[in-house]
Ligand binder design. Sequence first.
Ligand code: FES
Length: 198
Amino acid sequence: MSNDCKVDCGRRRLVVATAAVGGVGAVVALVPFLSSMLPSERAKAAGAPVEVDIGALQPGQMMTVEWRGKPVWIINRNKEMLDTLPKLADAVADPKSGEKMQPDYCANDTRSIKPNIMVAVGICTHLGCSPSSKFKPGAEEGMADDWLGGFLCPCHGSKFDFAGRVYKSMPAPTNLEVPPHTYLTDTRILIGEDKKGA
Ligand code: FES
C-alpha cells in the first residue's frame, strides 16, 4: 500500500463508517417520531372521519377533500344542476339508487342528505380513474350538444350526472360511491361517519 493510499483509503473508510452510523441514527430517530404521533393523527392516517367546512362553497361550486386516501367531492348544486336530475331518469343506469353505492339515507332522487349538497367519492367505478368535471351544459367543454352537465371519466369515457349516477351503456358498472357522512352544523360535514357512527 502506498503512503497516499494509507491516507486516502483511511479517509474513505472513515466516510463510509460515518454514513452508516448516520443511517442507523436516522432510523433510530424515526421510531420515536412515529410513536410520538397523537392517537388522533394515527387514526386519521388509518382513515378516521374528516371534518369539512363548506361555509364558503357557493352554489355551482365544488371542492375536493381527502378521506382514506381518496378524493371526496362536495358539490353545492345550484337550481340549474338540480333541475337536470329528473330529466336524466331515463338516461342513467340506476336512477333510483337500487345498487348499494350510498348509505340508505342517500338512496333518494338526489343521492344526498340535503338536496343541494352532493358528497361523492371522485373515483370512477370502472377502473378507478378520477372523472373530470364538465359542468357547462352543451358542447362548450367538448361534450355533445345535448349534454346537461356532470362528469366525464377521461380513461374510458364513462359519463356521470350531478348526482354521480352513471349513464346507461358506459364502462363504469355503477354510480359513484357516496361515503357515509353527517352534518355537525349547517356548514360542517363529517365525512366517514354517520349518525349511527358507521
Ligand atoms: S376508469 Fe373510468 S371509464 Fe374506465
